[in-house]
Write a protein that binds this ligand. Sequence first.
Ligand code: SF4
Ligand code: SF4
Length: 471
Amino acid sequence: MDDGQPPLKLFEKKERIFPKRVWGKYRQIKWVAMVALLGIYYLAPFLRWDRGLHAPDQAILIDMSSSRAYFFFIEIWPQEVYYLTGILILAAIGLFLATSLFGRVWCGYACPQTVWTDLFVWVERIIQGDRAKRLKLYKSKWSFEKLWKLTLTHFLWIVIGMMTGGAWVFYFNDAPTLLEQIIHFDVPWSVLGWMVALTGSTYVMAGFAREQVCTYMCPYARFQSAMFDKDTLIIGYDTERGEARGKHKKGESWEGRGHCVDCTACVQVCPMGIDIRDGLQMECIACGLCIDACNDVMHKLELPPDLIRYDTTHMQATRKQGIETKLSIFRPRTFYYAAIIAIVGAGILYGLLTRSAAELHVLHDRNPLFVQLSDGRIRNGYDIKILNKTLEDRIYSLTIEGIEGAEIRMQGAGQQDATALPVFADSIGHFRAFVTASKEQQKRKEVYFKLTDEQGEIALTYESVFVSSKP
Ligand code: SF4
Ligand code: SF4
């Protein structure tokens, strides 16, 4: 139906953003953060840590083939996945605490999406020039200059993507060995698959999707406002001081007008393409680049800095009443987050410090529950698992308590003696055990398997049952 109105648009094409180069305090912090984080990411897999003959010497390694995770002196077994859960809780609550205190500091400075996008924009700027030149090139018709500049940009993006994907797989393999395999084009297909996938995702996310990842894809951007309160740091434009905005000629009076000269420098440097003068927006990642841009303008105009600044809604409100307040760090919310971090951190530390060098697991046979021998005694069967978490071979001794006169024997050639159970270093020993005892009055009775080692360092008990008649 033609009602004279323009057709409703359900999709609007996103304008490409070309952030302008900027200098200043926050830009410097971002450079330092980028170099430090990328340095850690690329170099960490090559750190060595001597664990002896039976374990890999890579300081940080997730070894899928032997189901172990190594982090310097810590070795996590699959049975100890609760440590990983604890670390994830610590990371999440640490992020909540940082957000509650400093707003979107993670998004602006440390998120991989931000760091790699920054790196890709830097490459783009080196080859194609600053914002005005990139915009011109983008809008220009195809020419030799456009072709070689775009080709080189995309080539370097793919190289960075390959390095990113390549570094990731080093965390799951012995890094020097894999590096040698990569150099000789002799990479296993499974590893190659991950490298290709991660190269592609880095290229697409940092080269094309960029700010749209933060705006539309990242769930954290959506729910972090729940951690904000009136004392959380945000990026604020001082409307009282800045408005009424307008162009300003040198020598003109500032009387009766605001300090914002409407130069749009703060908009041109914004990697999210927003105008912070419109108020705080969900897209703002609190990178502080608009502060640097505006402070530069203020400096040239010989006006005080911080027309745009890190602020809080509380400080903004009190400033309107002529009172300058300071950032409040100690608040109930931050106290609760810090308390959770301390409790979980202490739990992990306690667990690691008191961690046993072995584990014992006993599983009673379900079928048959028991067997009556020709002499009238009852025999129960058990699957025994002994985890030797040390880096040396050990001999363990298994005894049974809880039933008068009970005997324990191991099944299998050479394993009749339950006091000499060998388990290799850093591995699991599987055994079959039979416990024989005279018929008990009780149908089920608790029995206790006791594990000790030659060195006398291990003394573990596992409670199980001895069944002597049908339930
Ligand atoms: S508005 Fe400022 S702080 Fe927010 S994303 Fe843009 S440049 Fe960064
Ligand atoms: S950079 Fe500062 S002066 Fe320029 S438009 Fe932004 S707020 Fe106004």
